[in-house]
Design a protein around this ligand. Structure first.
Ligand code: LLP
Length: 421
């Protein structure tokens, strides 16, 4: 459930009419619901009830500082994958001991930054990274707490671009090899082993790959304990999928996912960390755009909207489906028409949906893309010199712009023409 519903014929975000936000900030824009974000965090918290746990929200899904503050204030930890994300989590008031640092290519500068600022753990992804972290920690006279991210060679059964747990992906250390790497880590003066980490992919709609991966982590943990390591934390990653097409998708619920965790590793006397991103933020956000033109093509009609692939790249990049609905509620029984919904960018790939059955929306009318709160704004760019679109947060009957649309001057003045040109 989310908080985007029609009321009196107009789509609302919580208690605010989307038309009112559009009139104030202009289109396109993203709008997030505070109540939905909070609810999704609590659903995970309840799913792990009875186990010592920390939910480390995957900042990459939606890294607006206001969003991070909502979750951080509820007690969430954060999973960051860059120095920049770490600084965002800090800016939102999240203490270092609730931040885990993931990512396949951490630099020395980033390591220094987080070791100085405070960190719960590094999820180390390779032997060279481990060696460098050991050096950096010793230079600073500290000890870096680590897990090794193991690659369990499990098929996540999701889109190839977002599967991470097969042995041919760039992520993690092959599980078979990891015991030897743990042995090396134990000898390093700048390193303290605290646990094991795994993340097999994103938008998983089947629990079996999770179960298989967690059982492999269990087996490894038993071996590592026998080898003398003090494994006290398991970071089980993120990845639980959300319904994008509401009419026909029903992925497993966090409660069922929590049960898989309890069944597989619940009795191991460890603290559980999970790193959900999409499920927390995805259905807590919409993208609102205006129709510029209804264009009749040969054999097909186009709805040309003022948002484009630079604002929401998921359809172009992953063939992703987003439900797209008129902001003014259609009459009951009104006929739908078949359209391709496209943006103004000069690429055929700038297509949000093909052959979509939709209620007609006149030029100037508003439409909303659902499930746009995760991997939407964060993946946007200024391609075609299109300003990054504003983000708006709604809470009850209040709303505020939480990231402004830049002016063209701000965008263009970042370019510098050298004197000698
Ligand atoms: N932890 C790690 C180490 C990750 O790499 C990811 C996502 C997560 C947690 C969070 O996964 P989630 O719960 O959100 O599925 N841009 C793509 C998704 C990329 C996911 C990358 N890693 C999309 O729009 O579908």
């Amino acid at each position: 459930m989310d908080h985007f519903i029609y009321r009196d014929g107009v789509l609302h975000a919580e208690d605010v009419a989307v038309t009112e936000i559009a009139a104030t900030v202009g289109t396109p824009f993203y709008a997030y619901s505070e109540a939905t974000l909070a609810r999704h965090f609590r659903v995970f918290d309840e799913a792990l009830d009875g186990m010592d746990h920390l939910i480390c929200y995957a900042v990459k899904a939606n890294s607006n500082v206001a969003v991070l503050k909502i979750l951080g204030d509820l007690g969430a930890g954060m999973d960051v994958v860059s120095g920049g994300e770490y600084l965002r989590a800090k800016a939102a008031g999240v203490p270092g001991d609730r931040i885990v640092f993931s990512g396949v290519g951490k630099t020395r500068e980033e390591m220094r930054m987080v070791l100085t600022g405070g960190i719960r753990q590094f999820n180390v992804e390779s032997e060279p990274e481990l060696a460098v972290l050991n050096e950096v920690a010793q230079e600073l006279g500290v000890v870096a707490p680590i897990t090794l991210r193991v690659n369990p060679d499990v098929d996540a059964k999701t889109h190839a671009k977002i599967a991470t747990g097969k042995s041919d992906n760039k992520f993690g250390i092959p599980i078979a090899k990891s015991r030897a790497v743990y042995a090396q880590a134990a000898e390093m003066a700048g390193i303290e082993v605290v646990g094991v980490d795994v993340h097999i992919g994103s938008q998983l709609t089947d629990l079996e790959p999770f179960r298989n991966a967690f059982l492999k982590v269990r087996e490894l943990t038993e071996e590592l304990r026998a080898d003398g390591h003090n494994i006290r934390r398991l970071d089980l990653g993120g990845g639980l999928g959300i319904p994008y097409a509401r009419s026909n998708e029903a992925p497993p619920l966090p409660m069922d996912y929590g049960q898989v965790i309890k069944d597989t590793v619940g009795d191991m006397g460890v603290e559980i960390e999970i790193e959900p991103g999409r499920l927390v933020a995805g259905n807590a956000g919409i993208m609102v755009t205006s129709v510029i033109y209804n264009k009749e093509g040969e054999g097909r009609d186009f709805l040309i909207v003022d948002a484009a692939m630079n604002d929401l790249i998921r359809p172009a990049m992953y063939e992703a489906h987003h439900d797209i609905i008129p902001v003014l509620e259609p009459e009951v029984g009104a006929d739908k028409v078949e359209v391709d919904i496209v943006g103004p960018v000069c690429e055929t790939g700038d297509t949000f949906a093909k052959h979509r059955m939709m209620h007609p929306v006149a030029d100037g009318g508003l439409v909303a893309f659902r499930s746009a709160g995760a991997y939407g704004a964060v993946m946007s760019s200024e391609y075609n010199t299109r300003p990054m679109i504003p983000e708006v947060l709604v809470k009850g009957d209040q709303f505020a712009v939480i990231r402004e649309r830049p002016t063209f001057d701000e965008m263009i003045n970042r370019d510098k023409v050298p004197e000698w040109l």
